[in-house]
Design a protein around this ligand. Structure first.
Ligand code: SAH
Ligand code: SF4
Ligand code: F3S
Length: 470
């Protein structure tokens, strides 16, 4: 089943129609799914939905209708954690009105807090850690028969790598589907909680990845997004001798698959082989997400990132030489402990040198158990806010200039479906460089690649004119 939880905003969702699965479903219980955090969490939620659907569950986008509320959480930054807390707070009332509703909290925050979550939010029924996604269905069965509160945080999930079925409920598979190729992280950047809550890095056997992608393609998927905290180290620790560049080549050979994207790459592990693949494999999207985090060598060293700003810039130069049309995005943070104004200026300089197409920028926050939470030199929240505003203003201009530079160009667009913003027959898709393009076109173009001339540019999307097919 390819069900993607569509509910990212509580208030909006309460008004939204139910997903197709619900309309086709006349019996069973109703599940409301809310996913916070990264794409890997979205993927894990999809696996849980599949397992619940096999037990008769229907998805609902209306909270008050739900028999089960499944919350998949993130704790990578304080703000992410606050989002989950505030959502949970709002559920208290709902549980009072309907004590039969079962509330499940899973994912990274669940792993971090364990049964503390049950104490702090007494209306939560089940807490499931990051190695417990495959057990949610079974635990829910138990819970529905004997209403005890459980915090389940197993050490490993023996079923984590089993291919997720491509169909089994919804009529349509997404044109673009995510596939997790590895879990966890061994990098232990000093600020990051991911290795603690997601565990040590492990790669999924290539056979299982290929099997899953083949299933998706057979069901109509045309693009896969390969996910991992550090995809460039794919293959380490597997019995088979393989690496990321080799995996890409094997996926590339799947007939019917039109595009491949991946995220995230760590600059220290970006190899020449991968740079060559970006230049040589035509199905590989011409876009790389390469977080740099900071522009000051002193800060990078204290973050434990394993590269200098100069080394990062050199990789970017090599990439652009090999693949001139490549779009670049990155993550960066401000206010790491000890970050001075001068360090911050180095971050701005790096951004202005690279001129990223898109940049995700964050305010540093202490995460429990990480090394940097013990570092001296904590930066004032006001200073962090000011630096973030300044950085975002600089980037906004660059992003807009980059978007405007697309005007007049003809781009190949993979059509994902009707445009979200427009109800007037506009279709939406992405260029190889990962830019969203809306254009007038028929619904039959879904899943196809078309050529579009870009006519206008906005910060987050482009408008185009469909060209006749050659
Ligand atoms: N594996 C990816 C990123 C995972 S987390 C990588 O290595 O790049 C996503 C982003 O959250 C990070 O790139 C970083 O910019 C940000 N982040 C992680 N921990 C943070 C913290 N304690 N405070 C603020 N931002 C943080
Ligand atoms: Fe966190 Fe660093 Fe691993 Fe990314 S590479 S998940 S930032 S520890
Ligand atoms: Fe968040 Fe966990 Fe992903 S902490 S970023 S949901 S791996």
């Amino acid at each position: 089943m390819c069900v993607k939880p569509e509910n990212s905003h509580l208030s909006r969702i309460q008004e939204a129609p139910d997903p197709p699965l619900n309309r086709r479903c006349s019996s069973g219980f109703q599940v409301y799914v809310q996913t916070f955090g990264c794409q890997m969490n979205e993927y894990d939620s999809r696996r849980v939905i599949v397992s619940l659907a096999s037990r008769g569950a229907c998805l609902t986008n209306r909270l008050h209708r739900a028999d089960v509320i499944f919350l998949n959480t993130c704790c990578v930054r304080e703000k992410a954690e606050q989002k989950a807390f505030s959502f949970l707070g709002r559920l208290r009332h709902l549980k009072m009105r309907n004590p039969a509703v079962k509330i499940i909290v899973a994912g990274c925050l669940a792993q971090q807090m364990g049964d503390l979550l049950l104490t702090r939010f007494e209306h939560v029924d089940l807490v499931v850690g990051t190695q417990g996604f495959s057990t949610v269905g079974r635990l829910l069965d138990e819970l529905r028969h004997s209403p005890v509160k459980i915090a389940h945080l197993p050490e490993s999930d023996p079923e984590w790598d089993i291919p997720c079925p491509p169909s089994g409920g919804t009529p349509e598979c997404p044109v673009s589907a995510s596939v997790t190729i590895m879990q966890g992280c061994d990098n232990f950047c000093t600020y990051c909680i991911v290795p603690y809550v997601r565990g040590r890095e492990k790669s999924r056997p290539s056979r299982l990845i290929l099997e899953e992608i083949q299933g998706l393609v057979d069901s109509g998927t045309r693009e896969v997004v390969l996910l991992g905290q550090n995809v460039n180290s794919y293959g380490r620790g597997l019995d088979e001798q393989t690496d990321f560049a080799q995996l890409l080549r094997r996926i590339h050979a799947i007939p019917g698959l039109l595009r491949i994207r991946f995220t995230t790459s760590h600059p220290k592990d970006l190899t020449d082989a991968l740079i060559r693949s970006l230049a040589q494999l035509p199905k590989l999207a011409k876009h790389l997400h390469l977080p740099f985090q900071a522009g000051s060598d002193k800060v990078l060293e204290r973050m434990g990132r394993g590269y200098t700003a100069g080394e990062y810039l050199e990789k970017i130069q090599n990439l652009r030489e090999a693949c001139p049309d490549i779009a670049l995005s990155a993550d960066v943070m401000v206010g790491f402990p000890g970050e001075t104004d001068e360090d911050f200026q180095a971050t701005l300089r790096l951004m202005e040198t690279v001129r990223f197409d898109t940049l995700f920028s964050f305010r540093y926050s202490d995460r429990p158990g990480t090394k940097s939470s013990q570092f001296p030199g904590k930066v004032d929240e006001d200073v962090k806010a000011k630096r973030l505003r300044e950085l975002q203003a600089v980037q906004e201009l660059i992003t807009l200039e980059k978007q405007r530079a697309e005007q007049g160009k003809v781009r190949e667009v993979l059509v994902e479906g009707p445009s979200k913003a427009a109800s007037n027959g506009q279709m939406s898709g992405r260029t190889m460089q990962n830019r969203i393009v809306n254009f007038q076109g028929s619904a039959g173009l879904r899943g196809k690649t078309v050529h579009v001339r870009i006519v206008s540019a906005f910060s987050h999307s482009l408008r185009g004119e469909l060209l006749p097919s050659q």
